[in-house]
Design a protein around this ligand. Structure first.
Ligand SMILES: *[C@@H]1O[C@H](CO)[C@@H](O)[C@H](O)[C@H]1NC(C)=O
Ligand SMILES: *[C@@H]1O[C@H](CO)[C@@H](O)[C@H](O)[C@H]1NC(C)=O
Ligand SMILES: *[C@@H]1O[C@H](CO)[C@@H](O)[C@H](O)[C@H]1NC(C)=O
Ligand SMILES: *[C@@H]1O[C@H](CO)[C@@H](O)[C@H](O)[C@H]1NC(C)=O
Ligand SMILES: *[C@@H]1O[C@H](CO)[C@@H](O)[C@H](O)[C@H]1NC(C)=O
Ligand SMILES: *[C@@H]1O[C@H](CO)[C@@H](O)[C@H](O)[C@H]1NC(C)=O
Length: 393
């Protein structure tokens, strides 16, 4: 009997100690978590309230295109404000009630600050926008943003992909038209300055599968004896590049237009258009499929790595072109003698993404929304979205 009493006292002691510890824990530790949960709930509900109070202005002309934010919140990135083909671009969120379209770069999609599902003016077009490839997005901080905004939140897509609702390429045909207008003179002028072989400027060295693969590929070109002048953050000589004179930079025959992702649909950037084509250097392409480049670039204007069994074979070919001016010049045929496809392309690139959006917005009489924007964007080849490197032959 006495033994039992002793034990029960002990058990009661243990029980009360446990309860006290749990109490202290819950008040001291959980309190913090709960408080922060409440705080974020309050934030969400206050931004909800703000948006619920907005009354769409249906009597206005709806010529505003509201950019919900700058890509990566960097003020120098993204569209300029002001007139864009009959519309006015703005970053002023107070224009939400009168905007005809609201553009969300994927880095600006976040649950708390984006007009959420309860604010919806059916006349207003919500546009998903991305400058980056799915490879970059899916392996980055914003990868979840899109899935949260699936289910008919987005009306239109706007990317460099030709199957977007609004095609927003990295290129403008005024550059191409000017080149074609000058024709032979432009080529002669450019070719007279050519003294060096290949140029590559790169800043993203190993972030993605594609960045590692292109680095390996370039190493192999150099090993095979191709003179490639390499600049940028990856080679710790960004300043040296900036110090080169205009003549130095114009002296290169080839530019390695190597993207950071392989076989992502239509993913061709300023590397191809401005660093190569616009500058009078023949682009050597790695990244987009040859089929995509053929569709989007002037006929005969580029060299694709897929056409070569190995980097060494490509190096050999580029060295041959370096030694044969006639053969090299053939890559500029599209300038003096553009074929129909090339002229057609120049027309395609007349409108920039924002002008095209404006035009479509002003004339739109239909309704459309995307069941899943993430399915649209991530519906890609494994090569594009994989993080695994394939060995380079
Ligand atoms: C709606 O827009 C028109 C034209 O921009 C403006 O004159 C009018 O005051 C606006 N109405 C409201 C309720 O904001
Ligand atoms: C609407 O647009 C037309 C044509 O651009 C213009 O003449 C008119 O003044 C605009 N109306 C309002 C309310 O802004
Ligand atoms: C140089 O290129 C032209 C045009 O492709 C070709 O006809 C010629 O045979 C080449 N010359 C040499 C020496 O390879
Ligand atoms: C835009 O999407 C919303 C939500 O799905 C829909 O209610 C609205 O009709 C769409 N508007 C247009 C102009 O397509
Ligand atoms: C995904 O891609 C395939 C092949 O390109 C295509 O047939 C299909 O329609 C695409 N699905 C979506 C949702 O875009
Ligand atoms: C990537 O593309 C190559 C063709 O160049 C193919 O052999 C390979 O299987 C692809 N890899 C993946 C992961 O899809």
């Amino acid at each position: 009997m006495q033994l039992f009493t002793k034990w029960s006292v002990f058990v009661i002691f243990i029980l009360s100690a446990t309860v006290t510890t749990m109490y202290i824990y819950s008040t001291e530790v959980l309190k913090k978590n709960i408080a922060s949960k409440f705080r974020s709930l309050r934030r969400i509900s206050s931004s909800k309230k703000q948006l619920t109070n907005i009354i769409p202005n249906t009597s206005s002309n709806r010529t505003y295109i509201l950019f919900w934010g700058h890509p990566w919140s960097v003020p120098t990135e993204g569209f300029l404000e002001g007139n864009m083909g009959g519309c006015t671009g703005t970053y002023d969120r107070s224009k939400l009630p009168v905007a005809g379209a609201v553009v969300f770069h994927y880095t600006n999609l976040d649950r708390e600050t984006t007009p959420w599902k309860h604010y919806r003016d059916p006349e207003q077009i919500f546009v998903f926008y991305s400058r980056e490839s799915p490879s970059y997005v899916i392996h980055g901080d914003h990868r979840h943003a899109m899935t949260e905004f699936d289910n008919h939140f987005i009306n239109w897509t706007m990317t460099y992909r030709t199957d977007s609702d609004v095609f927003a390429p990295y290129f403008q045909s005024k550059v191409m038209n000017k080149i074609i207008e000058e024709g032979r003179k432009w080529i002669d002028n450019k070719l007279a300055k050519k003294k060096k072989v290949a140029l590559w400027v790169v800043s993203n060295c190993a972030l993605l599968r594609g960045s590692k693969m292109r680095m390996k590929y370039t190493d192999a070109l150099v090993e095979a004896g191709l003179p490639v002048d390499r600049f940028g953050r990856c080679f710790n000589n960004k300043n040296e590049f900036e110090k080169l004179s205009a003549d130095d930079v114009e002296a290169y025959k080839f530019y390695l237009a190597f993207e950071n992702a392989q076989y992502c649909k239509d993913y061709m950037t300023e590397k191809f258009w401005y660093n190569a084509i616009g500058a009078g250097r023949v682009p050597v392409v790695w990244g987009p499929s040859k089929k995509d480049v053929e569709k989007l670039a002037p006929t005969g204007s580029f060299i694709h790595t897929d056409d070569f069994k190995s980097p060494a074979d490509l190096a050999k070919y580029l060295l041959y072109l370096d030694s044969n001016d006639t053969a090299y010049r053939e890559y500029f045929k599209w300038v003096e003698n553009p074929d129909e496809k090339t002229l057609e392309l120049a027309k395609t690139y007349v409108l920039t993404g924002s002008h095209r959006l404006c035009k479509m917005m002003l004339s739109n009489r239909e309704r459309k929304s995307l069941p899943s924007v993430s399915e649209f964007f991530y519906n890609e080849t494994t090569n594009c979205t994989s993080s695994k490197e394939d060995a380079i032959k």
